[in-house]
Design a protein around this ligand. Structure first.
Ligand code: ATP
Length: 493
């Protein structure tokens, strides 16, 4: 018996009155409860839903249909010599009703004297504070690889075409992170199309995983064409990243290395933080998932934590992958009193996940300023490393300008020294802007881009470093205390 089942049995046996199983997989939960009831014979499982009323018990079939209070009263009257687990489907929807909430609280005391338990199940519900003390929460993890393997093998053999071991292994690995019902859907589609499952289904599994991301309101699957070759400078950061990548291998695991957790990229606007996140995904051949933190907090109060959990599950389903948390300072830098502590709780959830995570989800967080970043996030052990992306040095400016010119006018040779000298304090984005502006001048006069166009373009641009001087100074000062590593090799703090 697996740990989770043992836990469930223990809760039931130890007379836990109200159990809330956090999962969207209602059918799987029902099956697990059926098995648990069998193990604890003569325990009975009753299932209630709003439309059908009670099911599973012949004598009580149909009782309390459309009457949520009545089903609770029914359980109150069940004799103790008939130990009963009652699965209430969609019941979280009724819990805001004062009568139901009171009744559940009463039952949380009364049922302790009986062998009966109530089980609620939902993946997207955050219980109201009133009920917090009465409910015991049990998170149902996604199926493990071993469970998926059995599931896939069973589906394939009952279709009459068992899978070759190698294909089964590959499919199992690919399905890792999907819920049981999603795996069944993929299998059903394969059987309907070709009458059997096979290697061809790997593409379907990947598509299913992408859809899983698309269904999320918070995650976005980023298609990116940026590569490491598109980054000028930042050599220390690039070197560190290629070293970390090696830690994902089986050899590194055998060597005893933990999976890399993630990196925090700090720096003023336009210094290549987003570009780096995209380039990591490309050079590590991992999907890039962008987390829109603003959306975590959108909508109903209390929904944010459930959404965070769901987002983490979805990201883990895509592992190995890069989870890019853009502008993390803006999300968690607010006043916690103004949102009833929601942002603090969401941050705590993310931090706990980051420090305990065993999955190959590499977090790349980006921020412009440290004064708004919560201290917990900067503490050692959260990220593998914190990098400071400063404004580019003269060598870096040369390589960034060169890169952007080569991307647009591949065979053009141009002397860049004068522009490099005039662009001290420019960010990578501003250097790119300089190239584009210069090209506009040249194009308007129907000729090739020249050094003078670039000189004119940079003289007309006021770099942000001139206007946001203070912010940059405080970032540099903080980094210089050794708390962040310089992303460029030439900089000595
Ligand atoms: P923000 O804090 O505003 O999100 P950022 O640091 O994430 O800024 P990016 O979005 O990565 O900045 O940079 C914007 C654009 O500037 C990039 O798409 C790229 O074209 C150019 N750029 C910035 N830094 C570099 C660099 N080091 N090498 C080449 N191009 C760069």
């Amino acid at each position: 018996m697996k740990d989770w089942e043992k836990n469930l049995d223990l809760l039931i046996r130890s007379r836990t009155p109200l159990i809330f199983i956090r999962s969207n997989e209602e059918i799987r939960v029902q099956k697990l409860l059926e098995e648990s009831s069998k193990r604890m014979h003569p325990r009975r499982l009753a299932i209630w839903d709003y439309i059908k009323g009670i099911e599973g018990l012949i004598n009580s079939k149909g009782i309390a249909a459309k009457q949520p209070i009545a089903v609770l009263q029914w359980l109150q009257n069940v004799e103790s010599n008939n130990p009963t687990t009652l699965l209430l489907k969609d019941f979280h929807r009724f819990c805001d009703d004062p009568g139901i909430s009171r009744m559940l609280k009463n039952l949380s005391y009364e049922l302790k004297q009986t062998p009966h338990n109530i089980v609620l199940c939902s993946g997207s519900w955050t219980p109201p504070i009133d009920l917090d003390d009465s409910l015991t929460i049990l998170d149902l993890p996604l199926p493990k690889q071993s469970e998926l393997k059995i599931l896939l093998a069973n589906i394939a053999s009952s279709s009459g075409s068992p899978l070759a071991n190698e294909v089964l292994e590959e499919l199992t690995r690919a399905c890792s992170g999907l819920s049981e019902s999603r795996v069944r859907q993929v299998a059903a589609r394969a059987l309907a199309q070709r009458g059997k499952m096979g290697k061809e289904d790997l593409v379907e599994v990947l598509a299913e995983k992408r859809q899983n991301i698309a269904r999320s309101e918070v995650l976005e699957y980023c298609e990116t064409t940026a590569t490491e070759a598109d980054i000028g400078g930042l050599d220390a950061l690039k070197g560190w990243l290629s070293q970390r990548y090696m830690a994902f291998s089986e050899e590194a695991k055998a060597f005893g290395l933990p999976l890399p957790r993630g990196v925090l990229l700090l720096g003023p606007q336009g210094t290549g933080k987003s570009l780096t996140a995209k380039a990591i995904a490309d050079s590590w051949s991992m999907p890039l998932l962008r987390l829109d933190v603003g959306r975590l907090f959108a909508g109903l109060v209390g929904a944010s934590e459930a959404r965070t959990r769901e987002t983490i599950q979805r990201a883990e389903a895509m592992a190995p992958c890069i989870l890019w948390i853009d502008e993390i300072d803006k999300a968690f830098g607010g006043d916690s009193r103004s949102d009833g502590g929601t942002s603090q709780r969401v941050l705590a959830n993310i931090l706990t996940w980051m420090s305990e995570k065993k999955s190959a989800v590499f977090v790349v967080a980006t921020a412009n300023a440290i004064d708004r970043l919560p201290g917990e996030l900067l503490r050692k052990g959260r990220f593998d490393e914190i990098f400071m992306l400063d404004l580019p040095t003269s060598e870096e400016r040369f390589s960034i300008l060169n890169l952007h010119i080569q991307q647009r006018r591949p065979s053009l040779e141009i002397n860049l020294q004068a522009i490099v000298d005039r662009t001290n304090g420019f960010s990578g984005a501003e250097l790119e802007q300089t190239v584009i502006e210069g090209m506009h001048f040249a194009f308007a006069e129907k000729r090739e881009l020249q050094e003078t166009d670039l000189i004119l373009a940079c003289s007309q641009l006021v770099p942000l470093s001139r206007t946001a001087k203070e912010q940059l100074e405080s970032l540099k000062e903080w980094s210089s205390t050794g708390r962040a590593r310089p992303a460029s090799i030439h900089i000595n703090f």
